[in-house]
Design a protein around this ligand. Structure first.
Ligand code: 13P
Length: 261
């Protein structure tokens, strides 16, 4: 059984003090939930708040919320002004790193090749990459959704061992559903995610495909999560806007639990 992941991508939001209160509120909200039924709950603040959020999580000691970065660089040290390495992120006790988000691909010209280098560095450092993929509205209308996503996934996984792929996570985030309030129909999201799983099976073998967690992202809300999590291949959610309010994010976590009981 794949353990679901509910991850909050805070994007470019929250000053340090705000990040601290959000994570503390979150931990209070999760206090009475038995750890055995809890999905892997992950938060991804901006780099400047990682230390603070990490400290808050250690202080709580409940182990119910894990830390992620939103990006990284693949070299560990050197003359790369403005970059942050996997080792540095690991040093702050983060366990996940989101890579290849469509906003990074679109606004910061990240290529499949760069995302593959990041995935390799993250896995070599013992962390878990959450590899994002997804199509634009134009690509969906042209009928190239599956081929586009298959090529993003093949490029991201190039040269990774099956064991490393098994440990990784993928987030399918249709770009037209991000921040628009328009979620992808659950049955369609499940179809695309099953297609991604078959691509993983083709490149990394069935065992890796059965183990890898594939999440859905794009306007996930407390009101949509139960139906999404009731699908056969959706292993969790990567949440943007609704992860910025503790109440909503907790609603998504509890909805995910309900769907799996
Ligand atoms: P929204 O949940 O705000 O649509 O964002 C999704 C996303 O991009 C998460 O990475």
């Amino acid at each position: 059984m794949r353990k679901p992941i509910i991850a909050g991508n805070w994007k470019l939001n929250k000053l340090t003090a705000e990040a601290k209160s959000l994570v503390n509120e979150l931990m209070v909200g999760l206090k009475d939930i038995d750890k055995a039924v809890l999905p892997e709950v992950v938060v991804a603040p901006v780099f400047t708040s990682l230390q603070t959020v990490s400290d808050a999580l250690s202080e709580c000691g409940c182990g119910k919320v894990k830390l992620s970065a939103q990006n990284c660089y693949w070299e560990s040290t050197g003359a790369f002004t403005g970059e942050v390495s996997v080792e540095m992120i690991k040093d702050l006790k983060a366990e996940y790193i989101i890579i290849g988000h469509s906003e990074r691909r679109q606004y910061f010209s990240e290529t499949d090749e760069m995302i593959n280098k990041k995935a390799k560095a993250i896995l070599a450092g013992g962390l878990i990459p959450i590899i994002c993929c997804g199509e634009t509205l134009e690509q969906r209308e042209e009928g190239v959704t599956d081929s586009h996503i298959a090529s993003q996934i093949k490029a991201a996984l190039e040269g990774l061992s099956s064991e490393d792929v098994a440990k990784s996570a993928i987030a399918y985030e249709p770009i037209w559903a991000i921040g628009t309030g328009k979620t992808c129909d659950s049955v369609e999201a499940n179809r695309v995610i099953a297609m991604i799983r078959s691509v993983v099976a083709e490149v990394s073998g069935k065992e890796a495909a059965d183990a890898i967690r594939i999440l859905y992202g794009g306007s996930v809300k407390p009101s949509t999560i139960e139906e999404q999590m009731s699908q056969s291949d959706i292993d969790g959610a990567l949440v943007g806007g609704a992860s910025l309010k503790a109440e909503d994010f907790i609603g998504i976590v509890t909805g995910a639990i309900k769907a799996r009981v």
